[in-house]
Design a protein around this ligand. Structure first.
Ligand code: SF4
Length: 235
C-alpha cells in the first residue's frame, strides 16, 4: 500500500515524540491509521504493557502474533490469560507449513541446523504477508535490547515491509517495563521467574545465569541475535 508519509517526515515526528509517554504515540498512530494499523506481540513483558494501554485507548485495534507452533505452554497460557483480562481476541498468523511438512522438506530440527531459514519460514514470511494488508504496525521493541535495536525510532518508515512502524516503548528500560507491570498488576510469562528473561520458541530459548545478557538464552551458541522480523537475522 502507498503511504503519504515519507521516511524523513516520520523520523522528524519520532524525534518530536522523544520522551513522551507511549500512550501519546499510540493515540496518534491510531488516529492516523486505524483501522489499518496492527500491533505485533510475542507476549513479552513489553507487549503486555502496550496491550494494557491499547485495551484502554483503542480496544478494537488488531493485535496479532506469529504462531510458530513452537511456543512454550507457559506462553500459550499467558496468551489466553491476556485475552481474557483485556477482553481482546488476538489474530493468529501462521506460516501454513506444519512442523511435519517442514521436517519432510528441510529435515528434522531445522532450527538447530539453519535457524535463519527456520525463522524465515515460520516468522519472516508470514509477517511479510500479514503486513502487506496494513498501513502501519506497532511493536514493543526497546533500544537497549540488542545492538541492532539501538538506533530504532519512536516512529519510522519500515523499508523492509513498506509501511509505518511505531515503537512506543523504544526509550524505556527493562526496569520501567517491570515497574509498570507490577503497578498495574498485569500478568506475565511465568518462565521469567525461572531464569528466562527473553522468551521465544522453545527449541531456541534457554535460561540465563543471573547478570548475563537477558537475550543470551536466545539462539545460544548459534551466533544469531534477531529472528529477522525487525532487522536481518545477522549483522
Ligand atoms: Fe525456528 Fe527457532 Fe526461529 Fe522459532 S526461533 S522460528 S524454532 S529458528
Amino acid at each position: 500500500m502507498v503511504s503519504e508519509w515519507t521516511p524523513e517526515a516520520l523520523q522528524q515526528l519520532g524525534e518530536q515524540f522523544e520522551g513522551r509517554p507511549p500512550e501519546e504515540v499510540l493515540r496518534w498512530g491510531i488516529q492516523q491509521f486505524a483501522p489499518d494499523i496492527a500491533m505485533a506481540t510475542g507476549f513479552g513483558p513489553e507487549g503486555v504493557v502496550l496491550l494494557h494501554q491499547l485495551s484502554q485507548l483503542a480496544p478494537e485495534t488488531t493485535i496479532f502474533y506469529l504462531d510458530t507452533d513452537l511456543f512454550f505452554p507457559e506462553t500459550v497460557a499467558l496468551r489466553d490469560e491476556l485475552e481474557a483480562r483485556f477482553g481482546m481476541s488476538f489474530t493468529r498468523v501462521q506460516c501454513g507449513l506444519s512442523l511435519e511438512a517442514q521436517a519432510e522438506a528441510h529435515g528434522s530440527e531445522l532450527w538447530a541446523r539453519d535457524p535463519d531459514r527456520c525463522c524465515h519460514l515460520r516468522k519472516v514470511e508470514p509477517l511479510r504477508r500479514f503486513l502487506s494488508t496494513q498501513r502501519a504496525w506497532i511493536t514493543a521493541i526497546r533500544r537497549n535490547q540488542t545492538a541492532a535495536r539501538a538506533g530504532a525510532g519512536l516512529v519510522e518508515w519500515d523499508r523492509a515491509h513498506g509501511l509505518v512502524k511505531f515503537n512506543p516503548l523504544v526509550g524505556w528500560t527493562s526496569d520501567q517495563v517491570w515497574d509498570y507491570i507490577h503497578a498495574h498488576d498485569l500478568p506475565f510469562n511465568r518462565l521469567h521467574v525461572l531464569g528466562y528473561p527473553s522468551i521465544g520458541c522453545w527449541p531456541c530459548t534457554r535460561p540465563v545465569a543471573p547478570g548475563d545478557d537477558p537475550r543470551a538464552g536466545r539462539w545460544a551458541g548459534l551466533g544469531k541475535t534477531e529472528c529477522g522480523i525487525h532487522w536481518p537475522a545477522r549483522k
